[in-house]
Write a protein that binds this ligand. Structure first.
Ligand code: CDP
Ligand code: CDP
Length: 219
């Protein structure tokens, strides 16, 4: 493709354990897109805050540390990876200690500012699907391809525990929805999908059908 190619973004937002990552991964595989997990970026900062023993409630301390850390994003095997001072936290991103503080960290406006530009940069690389909380509302507000995937709180909690993970999904959703900067909400023009009683493939197929309706053509 020429250097003038304008790449496209598919935005998938929704609450914790609604199935965003699983659906985004399958969509990326089927449509040949870069898969970007924006939550992993917030988790990486939360992980480093925890590692350094910084109080996550002290915004100024977190902000000062953030300036010193080198956060770099890469695409490895078609998916985003974030490195903090050259280290990929890997599975540690899903630890319960990270779950417990990530929403506090994600509510700090400077943290969001820092990640906003990094997230938008992925669009220079290729067509992508990015999942998170504010992708359709803040990161790529102009894309016509926006989805908000949800599921009942009960279903989401049971999906997490079926994975053997400790995660207060309701508490995270409360914090994510109530923060002032870029709260969790569906964009006005997002397709809302309640996945409580749907299989993953049903959700993926629904997304693909809606993409077509909105003019997506496979390149
Ligand atoms: O996978 P799960 O839905 O449990 O969470 P995640 O997508 O890994 O996101 C972890 C946390 O990062 C969320 O609870 C939010 O606090 C924050 N986040 C955000 O604020 N904005 C995003 N675009 C993505 C995640
Ligand atoms: O990324 P997010 O936190 O929204 O959710 P996920 O990590 O993709 O999905 C959480 C769990 O729910 C995974 O184990 C999925 O396999 C499962 N899931 C499901 O059982 N049915 C769906 N329709 C979607 C996800």
């Amino acid at each position: 493709m020429s250097s003038e190619t304008i790449y496209r973004a598919i935005a998938i937002d929704g609450p914790a354990a609604s199935g965003k990552s699983t659906v985004a991964k399958q969509l990326a595989k089927q449509l040949g897109l870069i898969m970007v997990n924006s939550g992993a970026m917030y988790r990486a900062i939360a992980w480093k805050v925890k590692q350094e023993g910084i109080d996550p409630q002290k915004n100024t301390l977190v902000e000062a540390s953030l300036e010193k850390w080198d956060l770099s994003c890469e695409v490895v095997d078609g998916a985003s990876v974030i490195l903090v001072n050259g280290v990929n936290p890997g599975d540690a991103l899903r630890e319960k200690e990270v779950n417990a503080i990530v929403s506090t960290i994600a509510a700090i406006p400077k943290v969001r500012d820092c990640l906003l530009s990094k997230q938008r940069e992925f669009l220079h690389i290729g067509d992508l699907v990015m999942e998170g909380r504010d992708i359709g509302t803040v990161i790529f507000p102009n894309t016509p391809y926006k989805f908000f995937i949800t599921a009942s709180e009960k279903v989401r909690a049971s999906r997490r525990s079926a994975e053997g993970l400790t995660d207060q999904v309701a508490e995270r959703d409360r914090q994510d929805s109530q923060r002032k900067t870029a709260p969790l909400r569906a964009a006005e023009d997002a397709v809302v999908i309640d996945s409580s009683e749907m299989t993953i493939s049903e959700v993926v197929d629904t997304v693909k059908a809606k993409l077509k309706e909105r003019g997506w053509e496979q390149r």
